[in-house]
Design a protein around this ligand. Structure first.
Ligand SMILES: Cc1ncc(C[n+]2csc(CCOP(=O)(O)OP(=O)(O)O)c2C)c(N)n1
Ligand SMILES: *[C@@H]1O[C@H](CO)[C@@H](O)[C@H](O)[C@H]1NC(C)=O
Ligand SMILES: *[C@@H]1O[C@H](CO)[C@@H](O)[C@H](O)[C@H]1NC(C)=O
Ligand SMILES: *[C@@H]1O[C@H](CO)[C@@H](O)[C@H](O)[C@H]1NC(C)=O
Length: 612
């Protein structure tokens, strides 16, 4: 029914809103933690969304035909849990376990709950995820489901929210509804615009229609003026109540008052059923149809091999989707774009939004997503990447132009921190391929590896060193150069493998033989292979990397051999903020080229000779 025509229906919605308040207060008071006033301002919005507007199957919250709901203001989690009590999916008694160490109801929503697609709580990220879901619904699934996102007004100060708004309007995501809970207050202070948001929001950024049921081709934004703490008389519209569970006696009083507003004879509401028009999708068993076609000695940059691999994977898998942020002719994702334009999403220069859109596209296993930009620019989206890891989101990110080998552009565009960033994330996988063959294998393996995968690619051409039938696995290193009396094990990845090989050839003329290991994945690191070979070279290991010292390959190796005795580990990495120049000049200046490697090997051997 249209709202307002059926008074018993309206009363039933009001009852749900007040029960949401009661349950949110009950849960947060029991936990001694949480944000009851932030829940109270969204009570009516959520009861209307969940029992009037959204179409979904309450017994199957993750059905791909359901409308989606993202609680961007994740700290109102108890309000969300209370709604799923109303639908019957959770038991009311579950709420009393909120935030307990053995409960699946955490302080902020997580995908441990089937009705949560991505973790929220770091504010400003939900709308970008919703954009990825809405883009998928409109352009890939071509289905009826709609996407609803609830935001706080304090959260609206995040630039990432406005990145998402621009994306939604540019792509005419008319299946997306953003509801802004304008409750005037943030945490320590009022939100900057308080209740006076229309002028600013509408004229500056938005061009949306504001009624739910009129035809349009634009996303919808609903500016809902609400009262923070509504229903808790002492806290209504007051500063100083954010993030405060009510004391027990106060909670009792408030709940009693709220209970008295609930009519007993009201009808039971059921959400409308979804339209079952989404296609089934399988992302299992995705693989390349054939081996790489590169020949040893041919030259190709790993960034280009990445683009070629994506295009090839996309030829055989309809659900491979590629995102980029106005760098597709740098990351080489344009090779995919040219071949599969309908599955390429231009996210423009908004990397934070790109990462959340990727998460939205990947949600409910609808797409196999790859997103690329320069390695350096992923640093600005680290919070989003961190939240993707917490969400156990299956997204693949590719950072090109890593390290000094970026050359002339100078340090602004050199990714020299990216390995540290991704290594710090639990369960992330880092591929750092060294040629075209291993890059194609990295793309194929990333496609089937769960969680956040990162592929680190480089700008300039390098020789193919692997045979096309070489088998690659996550966590399996390759020994690319060895002889029976090797004296030092050199561990190097990416472009530096080629420097290490050149150093090895050079040292051979001096009758010094070294072994070269290409780890292929930096995380997980094949420490067994490294240790086994290092033992053969009497514990002498040299790591070399096109990355800062902190958090890169050298630290990964040194922390892995911490318990080994008799190891002599040396590290070469970038220790200064670099400058512009030709890649080979920079690698020489900062001490990670073939000469530096040869010199370090000689030094290791002479100091161990002296020690004898
Ligand atoms: C990125 C980020 N910064 C800060 C916080 C801490 N924090 C949690 S809630 C909140 C205030 C949110 O205000 P608003 O979005 O208006 O939501 P309300 O609680 O008023 O509904 C803050 C600052 C956070 N969770 N995420
Ligand atoms: C807003 O929408 C109107 C009507 O569709 C259109 O004429 C106008 O150009 C739009 N403005 C912006 C800033 O997009
Ligand atoms: C990328 O595109 C720009 C503009 O078309 C062009 O000038 C530039 O040479 C291209 N870069 C590469 C690496 O192809
Ligand atoms: C080192 O030894 C400790 C104690 O046995 C063990 O807990 C730890 O996992 C080991 N670390 C590595 C990297 O092998």
């Amino acid at each position: 029914p249209a709202l307002g025509e059926d008074s018993s229906f309206l009363q039933a919605l009001r009852n749900i809103a007040n029960r949401l308040r009661i349950n949110s207060i009950k849960a947060t008071t029991a936990a001694g933690s949480g944000y009851p006033t932030s829940c109270c301002s969204v009570a009516e919005i959520m009861s209307v969304l969940f029992f009037h507007t959204m179409k979904y199957r309450p017994e199957d919250p993750r059905s791909f035909n359901n409308d989606r709901f993202i609680l961007s203001k994740g700290h109102a989690a108890p309000a969300l849990y209370s709604m799923w009590v109303e639908t019957g999916f959770l038991k009311e008694s579950d709420l009393l376990s909120l935030c307990q160490v053995d409960s699946s109801l955490e302080g902020h929503p997580t995908p441990k709950q089937q009705f949560v697609d991505v973790t929220t709580g770091s504010l400003g990220q939900g709308l970008g995820v919703a954009c990825g879901m809405a883009y998928t619904g409109k352009y890939f699934d071509k289905s009826s489901y709609r996407v609803y996102c609830l935001l706080g007004d304090g959260e609206m100060s995040e630039g990432s929210v406005w990145e998402a708004m621009s994306f939604a309007s540019y792509y005419q995501l008319d299946n997306l509804v953003a509801i802004m809970d304008i409750n005037r207050l943030g945490q320590s202070d009022p939100a900057p615009l308080q209740h006076h948001v229309e002028k600013e929001y509408i004229h500056k950024y938005l061009n949306c229609s504001c009624a739910l049921n009129q035809p349009r081709h634009q996303p919808t934004a609903i500016i809902a003026k609400t009262i923070k703490g509504k229903g808790i008389p002492a806290a209504e519209d007051k500063l100083g109540w954010h993030a405060k569970a009510l004391p027990k006696d106060m909670a009792e009083m408030v709940m009693k008052d709220l209970q008295s507003r609930i009519t007993s004879s009201s009808k039971h509401l059921y959400p409308p059923s979804p339209i079952e028009d989404s296609p089934p999708v399988s992302l299992r068993n995705i693989r390349m149809p054939s081996a790489p076609s590169y020949k040893p000695g041919e030259k190709i940059a790993t960034r280009k091999a990445y683009g070629m691999a994506l295009a090839k994977l996309g030829r055989y898998n309809e659900r491979v989707v590629v995102l980029d942020g106005d760098t597709n002719n740098l990351t080489c994702s344009e090779i995919f774009k040219n071949e599969h334009p309908n599955r390429f999403v231009e996210c423009y220069i908004a990397q934070q939004n790109m990462v959340t859109v990727a998460m939205g596209c990947a949600a409910r296993e609808r797409n196999l997503v790859f997103a690329s930009t320069l390695a350096s620019f992923f640093t600005r989206a680290y919070d989003q990447i961190r939240m993707a890891a917490i969400s156990e989101s299956n997204i693949n990110l590719c950072g090109s132009h890593c390290g000094l080998s970026t050359g002339e552009e100078g340090p602004s565009l050199m990714g020299l921190e990216d390995m540290a960033m991704f290594r710090a994330l639990p369960r992330a996988t880092i591929f750092y391929p060294s040629d075209g063959v291993s890059t194609e294998k990295a793309v194929e393996l990333a496609a089937t590896t769960k969680g956040v995968c990162y592929i680190r690619t480089s700008r300039q051409d390098n020789s193919i060193i692997y045979n096309s039938n070489e088998d690659f696995h996550v966590g399996q290193a390759k020994v690319v150069f060895q002889s029976k009396d090797d004296q030092v094990t050199v561990v190097a990845a990416g472009v530096i493998v080629h420097e290490a090989l050149a150093a090895a050839e050079h040292l051979k003329k001096e009758r010094i033989s070294v072994r070269v290991i290409d780890p292929f994945t930096i995380k997980p690191l094949d420490i067994k292979t490294i240790i086994d070979h290092a033992r053969v070279t009497r514990g002498r290991v040299l790591t070399v990397e096109d990355h800062y010292y902190e958090g890169g390959l050298g630290e990964a190796v040194s922390s892995a051999v911490v318990n080994e005795s008799g190891f002599n580990l040396h590290r070469l990495a970038v220790s200064h903020i670099p400058r512009s120049g030709k890649p080979h000049e920079l690698m020489k200046i900062y001490g990670i080229d073939r000469d530096a490697i040869a010199q370090a090997v000689r030094k290791m051997l002479s100091s161990s000779a002296n020690a004898k």
